[in-house]
Design a protein around this ligand. Sequence first.
Ligand SMILES: [Zn+2]
Ligand SMILES: [Zn+2]
Ligand SMILES: [Zn+2]
Length: 155
Amino acid sequence: MATGGGSPPGDSLEAEEFKPSSSKSSVGIKGQQKQQIVYAVTPMKTCPHLNSVAPVPSEGFNVQSPCKTCSDKNENWLCLSCYEVYCGRFIHQDMLLHNQNTGHCVVLSFADLSVWCYACEAYLDNSVLNPILESAHRQKFGEERPGVDLELMNA
Ligand SMILES: [Zn+2]
Ligand SMILES: [Zn+2]
Ligand SMILES: [Zn+2]
């Protein structure tokens, strides 16, 4: 019977494996594409009816004006052709009637200061409208902010 000697101590040096650092940067993230449905109403830069917009009359206009037809004060629009004020479609649609009666189609909302063209059924954003919008904005939100006067205090 041969008795096996003691097994030699296993002194196997385990060389540490250095993995080459693989620096693969994954470009592009998978599976994160959210589908965004945005009904953004992008204003048109221009429309064929912009030339019907009259300059602000010298007496100006008043964003507090009531509807010329029904005197409602809640949701009025300013006709930018004749500067008459009529109420919107959620009141009595008097501006819509004005549009149908006169063909004036570019109107300014006193509610949110957007400019709408009935003919194009689109909002408008054109520099021609700036003086009108500035005047309306000033009335609606008060005076333009006065410049802050910083007095120099010499210590
Ligand atoms: Zn009205
Ligand atoms: Zn008009
Ligand atoms: Zn238009």
